[in-house]
Design a binder for this molecule. Structure first.
Ligand SMILES: *Cc1c(COP(=O)(O)O)cnc(C)c1O
Length: 394
């Protein structure tokens, strides 16, 4: 594993950003390879080449469906999580426009959901953005109280991508079902990590993304419960039951299917292993560095997810120093746009600015070992003391 865990200078390399993306597994790449050149057919073609490609797509559809307890016909392949979120939300809003114009979501959703809702507001829809508690948790009672005669969609995520909290989707699903409101769940972070059963959880629409679970980028899926109707957002052909026109990304879909099959098979063991590593990392940091706080729910959280705030310093400067030590993490105060506003998620949780600015997200994955965790725990304290010594905030 030299190439993965060490660079040429011999510095250990530890990738702790699996919620941003994951490497494609060798088994997944192996499954995809034949479909680039040898079996390159268009699944819509009637000849042998087309039939081979169609069979591969349908085989992958069954594997994706099986991961979430769905039927294969209920899976619509898309270009990823963002497109699936758009199809679910815009597709429901426009299809049900004559029934009502109100949507319910939360203040901690991914931008693929939030920006889509904001766009719909400009188009005349009304949106309720529910608050969360200090752990980033949504209260199902708030969902029920927000429902009106006009409500056509509830869209709530399963695993929160920035702080790792697992939202009470089963309870919200029961409420949605009782009120006859369509229920969409963004499960990009939880799929393949923790069990999902769309029937048991009363979910009508569910978003998944391949590249967050060791599959290739640019492919995802929307689960659409049998009988749930949507307005297609891409028109041009009858692909994917008329809900998503365009020639299928056959190699990508095949890879996604294989990633789902492996995730299902390995989930019990791997989620336990990740939980142990996660708790070792959280405990190691909180015990060895003063003025640190775990963000997100302490126990009802994704098995691979750690988010910690370091008082008095900027998450960004910790990241740069970690990067110099070969460690890849991310921060909640993403200043990609040049603004130093902390993330909407940490602010919605009511984190004071000094904590929101000092947040670092470390998300574990298949390639991480106990040695990786111990390495991080050994390099972090000197980085934090150095930065705090220079800090003007303390
Ligand atoms: C990554 C992510 C998305 C977007 O998925 P893409 O496949 O990258 O478009 C949507 N929702 C959540 C929660 C995510 O983490």
């Amino acid at each position: 594993m030299t190439s993965d865990s060490e660079n040429k200078a011999g510095v250990r390399r530890v990738y702790l950003d699996h919620s941003a993306t994951t490497p494609v597994r060798a088994e997944v790449m192996g499954a995809m390879m034949p479909y680039f050149a040898g079996q390159f057919g268009n699944p819509s073609s009637i000849h042998r080449w087309g039939r081979e490609a169609r069979a591969a797509v349908e085989d992958a559809r069954a594997k994706v469906a099986s991961l979430i307890g769905a039927a294969p016909q209920e899976i619509i392949f898309t270009s990823g999580g963002t497109e699936a979120d758009n199809l679910a939300i815009r597709g429901t809003a426009w299809h049900k426009r004559s029934k009502g114009n109100h949507l319910i979501t939360s203040s901690v959703e991914h931008h693929a959901v939030l920006h889509t809702c904001e766009t719909l507001e400009k188009e005349g829809f009304k949106v309720t953005y529910l608050p969360v508690d200090k752990y980033g948790m949504i209260d199902p009672e708030d969902v029920e109280k927000a429902i009106t005669d006009e409500t056509i969609l509830i869209t709530i995520m399963h695993g929160q991508n920035e702080v790792g909290t697992i939202e009470p989707v089963r309870e919200i699903g029961q409420i949605a079902r009782r009120h006859g409101v369509t229920f969409h769940v963004d499960a990009v972070q939880s799929a393949g990590k923790i069990p999902i059963d769309v029937s048991d959880m009363n979910i009508d629409l569910l978003t998944m993304s391949s590249h967050k679970m060791y599959g290739p980028k640019g492919v995802g899926a929307l689960y659409v419960r049998k009988g749930v109707r949507l307005s297609p957002q891409a028109t041009g052909g009858s692909h994917e039951r008329g809900l998503r026109a365009g020639t299928e990304n056959v190699p990508g879909i095949v890879g996604f299917g294989e990633a789902c099959r492996l995730a299902k098979e390995e989930m019990p063991e791997e989620s336990l292993r990740l939980t142990r590593l996660r708790d070792r990392l959280i405990g190691g940091i909180l015990d060895s560095i003063p003025d640190t706080v775990l963000n997100g729910h302490p126990t009802i959280r994704l098995p691979h997810h750690v988010n910690i705030s370091f008082k008095f310093i900027e998450g960004e400067s910790i990241l740069l120093n970690l990067d110099l030590m070969g460690i890849g993490a991310s921060s909640g105060s993403a200043c990609t746009s040049g603004s130093l506003e902390p993330s909407h998620v940490l602010l919605a949780m009511g984190l004071p600015h000094e904590l929101a600015h000092g947040s670092v997200r470390m998300t574990l994955g298949k390639g991480n070992s106990e040695e990786d965790i111990d390495y991080v725990i050994s390099v972090l304290p000197p980085i934090v003391s150095k930065l705090r010594d220079m800090s003007v905030f303390r």
